[in-house]
Design a protein around this ligand. Sequence first.
Ligand code: RTP
Ligand code: MG
Length: 135
Amino acid sequence: MSQRTLVLLKPDTVKRGLVGEVLSRFEAKGLTIVAMEHRLIDGSKADEHYVEHVERDFYPPLRAFVTSGPLVALLLEGDEAIEVVRAINGATDGRKAAPGTIRGDLSLSNRENLVHGSDSPESAEREIAIWFPQH
Ligand code: RTP
Ligand code: MG
């Protein structure tokens, strides 16, 4: 079933010059880029996106990280796109993520792990409304 999912190329991807590398993996898989925007977000936008995490101990440094520089927001579409993107991204902790995944190949961190992908159809709908309300 065709799905849409919200992906973020977090500020570490932009700072490290890996936007092309990461984007090309999604494109090569066959996912369609429906919308794409390069932007710097403030703390309130981060809180909205990470509403499920705002009370967690790890949230303050995560908030500082995602607002530390520009990121690239993507709206991707394709068959089973939500699960497919999370498989391409790999496990949250880059030190443990499998080789062949974005995080497994390119990140050595549990926080600066390059990408975000919606984790369910409900999350995708909520996050797409936040980042790409026109879609
Ligand atoms: P994402 O939401 O970014 O796709 O990643 P995820 O589902 O694999 O991970 P999640 O549990 O939703 O956590 C969101 C982001 O918070 C940072 N994080 N830091 N213990 C920690 O220091 C910790 N745990 C998570 C990561 O940047 C993670 O992607
Ligand atoms: Mg998540």
